[in-house]
Ligand binder design. Structure first.
Ligand SMILES: [Fe+2]
Length: 124
């Protein structure tokens, strides 16, 4: 079962959905698959989000080697996760694969994730 906050991908259309609430019963999600974030391995230098503190802001870049942002291959969104709170920036082709959130939480307690339309979900 996909946990609250987990992401699902439709096997038919490729849409990505977030499960924000688990209802009291188990429903059928036959056309959806859970996205498991990757942290390392092939492609990690272009995908694992990098967090940096810049004054009152947390800057998230994708990644050590800047990821392409072409229509066929780009970062669709970047999320910053602070406990039960998730901040999200959606991106389009041509934009910089970067997000800035004003947040004063200790950077070491935060995590970030991003979704590449070709290579899937990656997490810091
Ligand atoms: Fe990619």
């Amino acid at each position: 079962m996909v946990e609250e906050g987990g992401l699902l991908k439709c096997k038919i259309c490729g849409s990505v959905l977030e499960k924000v609430y688990q209802g009291p019963k188990t429903g059928k999600l036959d056309d959806l698959e859970e996205l498991t974030p990757k942290h390392e391995g092939e492609g990690s230098q272009k995908h694992v989000p990098v967090l940096e503190r810049d004054g009152d802001n947390v800057v998230i870049k994708v990644s050590e080697i800047t990821h392409p942002m072409e229509i066929e291959h780009h970062i669709c969104f970047i999320e910053l996760i602070d406990g039960n709170t998730t901040y999200r920036k959606t991106l389009k082709a041509g934009e910089e694969p970067k997000a800035i959130f004003k947040i004063d939480t200790d950077i070491n307690s935060l995590k970030a994730r991003e979704y590449c339309n070709v290579h899937g979900l990656w997490e810091s």
